[in-house]
Ligand binder design. Structure first.
Ligand SMILES: NC(=O)C1=CN([C@@H]2O[C@H](COP(=O)(O)OP(=O)(O)OC[C@H]3O[C@@H](n4cnc5c(N)ncnc54)[C@H](OP(=O)(O)O)[C@@H]3O)[C@@H](O)[C@H]2O)C=CC1
Ligand SMILES: O=C1OC[C@@H](O)[C@H](O)[C@H]1O
Length: 415
């Protein structure tokens, strides 16, 4: 009963925005501008900003001024610019949130760097690996870094307590397999930006969380994409755009991964599977009894459910299989399994020793914004970050999968 009450209360606070603290003095505020009146902006930036004392959303620009004005009125954004360029050029904007179609990321991200704006860049960062190198290792970035400009690819899930608790339960050198699947129901129509090749769409691009998760778990880059099957949009829609993918990978040391994503699942499949990430470990010796000549081995499997939307609900299942066996000859003496589940809606609940304020109803995007602001302000964060090398590796993995599938890699409009 108590947990049902806390769930409903969390959902209520999530929906209403919860506590919105007073803003810091103007000269300490980070003033955000948004490029595009994007659907995701309220969730990813506007609500988190309302919960952050040092952030304000000050401006928006859209291709169509009337659309930007409507958006600004709805979200109480004081300034509307006539174009993306005007917004980036403005000295009333310190940081830019860039949630445009993927094919427009490179062009506008480079422009933000040239104008010295901090940049929160939606995933996937650009169209392909070469473009990622252009952005994250090019002269604009070098110059921007020198000036203290902060750039972050918005993998929001990385910053929350639950994900960090999940990582703490893994024994990285002994991981042998990772399996992640994102079955999403039909949320987006066939003409959505996600299904246009010219906008660098495709499920492998849009659901690139699958790659990000696997790379974060192994803290390594894949050596090979061993298979990649795709289901694509059908004519007259663009056949170069996948709506579903199933991919397998080989990582250093022979470890493996399977990644699967679809935008054309059913609600039943979605709710039944709940975006699981499963990590399997090899058996490791955890203790020995020299007197008896025995050793105890543990084989761990950890599954996290709903890693992307943890604030709604999540669960981390740990299954440890123990075997006691004779050191000589390997004869099994006994075997048992221990199952446990964990959750972490706040840093306090995670028990990771992170001494930071958090609220159970905060969106993953709020933790991401906290990290972004910490960087700008030169404060020590929680340690979670996505740096340029990470973003380059991310695009490399997407390219590997597209090449294996036979579909063309994506390209930005400006190249
Ligand atoms: N972090 C997360 O959880 C999420 C991230 N995303 C990412 O955010 C981005 C935007 O997603 P979402 O908000 O759903 O997208 P939208 O469909 O709302 O499009 C975003 C903006 O792109 C511009 N746009 C739309 N269609 C075109 C077109 N044909 N040509 C040029 N520009 C166009 C529009 O700008 P204008 O208003 O100026 O017309 C629009 O506001 C994507 O990169 C996606 O991957 C999306 C959802 C969740
Ligand atoms: O978080 C997300 O979920 C749904 C996707 O289509 C979106 O682009 C992604 O970022």
């Amino acid at each position: 009963m108590a947990s049902l009450f806390s769930l409903l209360n969390r959902w209520r606070l999530m929906a209403t925005g919860g506590h919105q603290p007073p803003k810091a003095p103007e000269n300490q505020l980070i003033r955000f501008g948004i490029l595009g009146a994007a659907n995701i902006a309220p969730l990813a930036l506007i609500t988190p900003a309302s919960q952050h004392p040092e952030v304000t959303v000050t401006a928006v620009a859209a291709r169509d001024r009337a659309k930007a004005e409507k958006f600004a009125k709805k979200h109480k954004i004081p300034i509307v610019f006539d174009s993306y360029q005007e917004l980036i050029d403005s000295d009333q904007v310190d940081a830019v949130y860039l949630p445009l179609p993927n094919a427009l990321h490179l062009e506008w991200a480079l422009e933000c760097l040239r104008k010295g704006k901090h940049l929160l860049l939606e995933k996937p960062s650009v169209g392909n690996e070469e473009e990622a190198r252009r952005l994250f290792a090019g002269p604009e970035m070098e110059e921007a870094r020198r000036k203290g400009v902060v750039v972050l690819e918005a993998f929001h899930y990385r910053f929350q307590p639950a994900w960090n608790l999940f990582l703490s339960l893994l024994d990285r050198p002994n991981i042998v397999d990772v399996d992640v699947s994102l079955i999403l129901p039909v949320l987006f129509p066939d003409d959505d930006i996600r299904f246009h090749y010219d906008l660098a769409g495709g499920a492998m691009m849009d659901l690139t969380y699958t790659n990000s998760v696997v790379r974060a778990i192994y803290s390594a880059e894949p050596e090979e994409c061993t298979s990649c099957e795709v289901q694509t949009m059908k004519p007259p829609l663009d056949e170069r755009c996948d709506h579903t993918f199933r991919t397998t990978w080989r990582f250093p040391g022979g470890a493996t991964a399977s990644t699967m994503g679809t935008h054309r699942g059913t609600w039943i499949q979605h709710l039944k599977t709940n975006l699981p990430v499963t990590v399997k470990h090899r058996a490791v010796v955890i203790s020995t009894d020299e007197e008896k000549g025995e050793e105890t081995l543990r084989t761990r499997k950890v599954t996290m459910h709903n890693f992307m939307m943890t604030m709604i609900w999540h669960r981390i299942d740990i299954q440890d299989e123990f075997v006691v066996r004779k050191k000589e000859g390997g004869e099994e003496v006994k075997r048992w399994t221990v199952k446990e589940s964990k959750k972490a809606y706040t840093w306090q609940e995670s028990n990771l020793g992170v001494n930071r304020k958090s609220e159970s109803y905060w969106l993953t995007y709020k933790y991401q914004l906290d990290a972004f602001v910490d960087r700008i302000k030169g404060r020590e964060g929680t340690g979670a970050w996505v740096d340029g090398e990470d973003s380059i590796g991310q695009m490399r993995m997407i390219d590997m999968a597209y090449r294996k599938s036979g579909l063309p890699i994506r390209v930005s409009k400006s190249t």
